[in-house]
Every structure is written in structure tokens, then in C-alpha cells.
Design a protein around this ligand. Structure first.
Ligand SMILES: NC(=O)c1ccc[n+]([C@@H]2O[C@H](COP(=O)([O-])OP(=O)(O)OC[C@H]3O[C@@H](n4cnc5c(N)ncnc54)[C@H](OP(=O)(O)O)[C@@H]3O)[C@@H](O)[C@H]2O)c1
Length: 247
């Protein structure tokens, strides 16, 4: 797994309490090539003991949370940074994907932009001490195919689509700058496919048979897609099967 990274490589997984994030941690720990795995989550999450796993409780949508992560890492070089933070709906806040222009609210748009676009970019800003250098460094961040501007045929889901399109632009822009700090760094925006997690649960009825993936399957697939990324590559947008997605 991830043979372009050194034996015992160090990983940061953000959103480690989420469906896909948790499965990515499991998939990494299943490989003997994996070294330290630092999983960041808003709530402490019980996990089978593995000496390589370190849990950090922090809300990375806040500057305090990002500062706590930076001081925990203390400049440790990161070989794999895997961001899985993202949101589509929040019943408590009354946030649901919009069907029409009349459904748009500034509150929902601001929240989705904060979590889906600003947080991943501010995370990269904070992680620069751990990304700069000469070490091979892969930065993966979960996007969504509906964030593809070119692929948008159905409409709807305004805030989620737009926040993921903004996510992709921020990742692509950061990739250009970060490669000056580390010539062996590559950034990958990834579409996981429809995955059986809390995020997709209200929308699963419409998913065709065989198209709702388990988080474990998706984690394996995404790590295989990352296997194809070479340190020093520019930013890319791929789906779970390794197909390129149009920006
Ligand atoms: N599931 C799908 O079908 C699907 C399809 C396309 C794209 N994606 C993308 O894949 C990523 C992972 O999603 P998932 O399916 O694993 O969903 P999930 O189970 O809901 O996990 C998402 C995680 O993101 C973090 N998060 C969500 N809202 C947050 C908030 N308001 N403040 C701070 N952190 C927040 C949480 O991490 P902690 O619990 O660790 O704090 C949460 O567990 C997302 O970016 C999503 O957009 C998913």
C-alpha cells in the first residue's frame, strides 16, 4: 500500500469519527507499511488498541482546533494527509440540500462553505510546517462528483455543489503553492462514490442497487487511487474507481 511513501509513513486523518474517515484509519492500520496514524475527531471515539494509532480530539473548523493540531504535530513531517471532513445536511440547524433557488439561505450556504471549503484550505494553511521539506507527501481531500462544474446536469444541491467546487479550487491553488515548499508533494481531490454513512443516509433510497458502497470498500479503493499519485504531481480530481472527474 502507498509504495511511493517510505516504510512506516506518518498519516493524519481528519474527520476520523466519520464513516469514511474511520474506515480509512482501519484500512491504513491493516497494512504493516503504515507507521503513526493520527486521527482527529470532534468527539473521542473508542477504537481497538493499536500502538500506531493516536487520537486527537479537536474541532478543525475552529482556529483553536487547528492550533491544537499544529502544536500536537510540532512540525512532524506528514507523508499522507487524508481529509474526510464534510457535511451535506444538518437536521438540528435545518440544513438540507436545496431543490430550488427559493430554498437557498445565507446561513446554510455559509455553514457548508465553512465546513466543506474553508476548513480544508485553512487546514493546509495550518499544516505547512509538516508539509514543507523534501519528503514524499500526499494530500488527499474528499470532494464529490456533484462539485464538478462541467458534470452538473441535474442542478439542485446548490450549497453542497458550490462548496465542493470551491474546495477543489482551493486545493488546486494550494497545490501550486505547496509544491514550492515541497517538490515531492501531490494533492488529490477524491470522489468516494455514494457511501453508506450518516451523510448519505437520507438520500440512499434513490441509489441504484449495487451503487451504495460500504465505507470499508471505499477506503480500500481510495487508497488504491492514491497509490497511482506520484510525489510532485499537480492537483487531480479522481473518483473511487480511479477515473478522472472533470473540474
Ligand atoms: N457518503 C457519501 O455518499 C459521500 C459522497 C460524496 C462525497 N462524500 C464526502 O466524503 C466526506 C466524508 O463523508 P462521510 O460520508 O464519511 O460523512 P460522515 O460520516 O458524516 O463524516 C463526515 C465527518 O466530517 C466531520 N464534520 C461534519 N460536519 C462537521 C462540522 N459541522 N464541523 C466539524 N466537522 C464536521 C465529522 O468528523 P468528526 O466526527 O471526526 O469530527 C464527520 O464525522 C465528506 O467530505 C463528504 O462530502 C461523501
Amino acid at each position: 500500500m502507498l509504495t511511493q511513501l517510505p516504510e512506516g509513513f506518518t498519516t493524519l486523518v481528519t474527520g476520523a469519527g466519520g464513516g469514511i474517515g474511520n474506515a480509512v484509519v482501519d484500512a491504513l492500520l491493516a497494512s504493516p507499511r503504515t507507521g503513526r496514524v493520527i486521527g482527529v475527531s470532534r468527539e473521542p471515539r473508542p477504537r481497538a488498541t493499536d500502538d500506531r494509532f493516536e487520537a486527537l480530539t479537536a474541532d478543525l473548523t475552529t482556529s483553536e482546533g487547528r492550533e491544537a493540531l499544529v502544536s500536537y504535530l510540532d512540525g512532524t513531517p506528514l507523508h499522507l494527509t487524508f481529509n474526510t471532513i464534510g457535511m451535506l445536511h444538518d437536521d438540528a440547524l435545518g440544513i438540507h440540500p436545496e431543490k430550488r433557488l427559493d430554498d437557498l439561505t445565507p446561513q446554510a450556504m455559509a455553514r457548508l462553505f465553512d465546513v466543506n471549503a474553508m476548513t480544508p484550505a485553512l487546514l493546509l494553511q495550518a499544516l505547512q510546517p509538516s508539509l514543507k521539506g523534501q519528503h514524499p507527501a500526499l494530500v488527499a481531500s474528499l470532494s464529490a462528483r456533484v462539485g464538478s462544474i462541467e458534470d452538473n446536469r441535474l442542478g439542485g444541491w446548490y450549497a453542497y455543489r458550490a462548496s465542493k467546487a470551491a474546495h477543489n479550487m482551493l486545493m488546486k491553488t494550494a497545490a501550486i503553492e505547496l509544491r514550492r515548499l515541497n517538490p515531492n508533494l501531490a494533492v488529490a481531490c477524491l470522489h468516494p462514490g455514494t457511501t453508506d454513512t450518516a451523510l448519505s443516509r437520507p438520500f440512499q433510497a434513490r441509489v441504484p442497487a449495487g451503487k451504495l458502497f460500504s465505507p470499508a470498500f471505499v477506503a480500500e479503493q481510495l487508497l488504491q487511487v492514491l497509490e497511482q499519485r506520484r510525489p510532485g504531481d499537480g492537483a487531480s480530481f479522481h473518483d473511487w474507481a480511479g477515473e478522472t472527474v472533470a473540474w
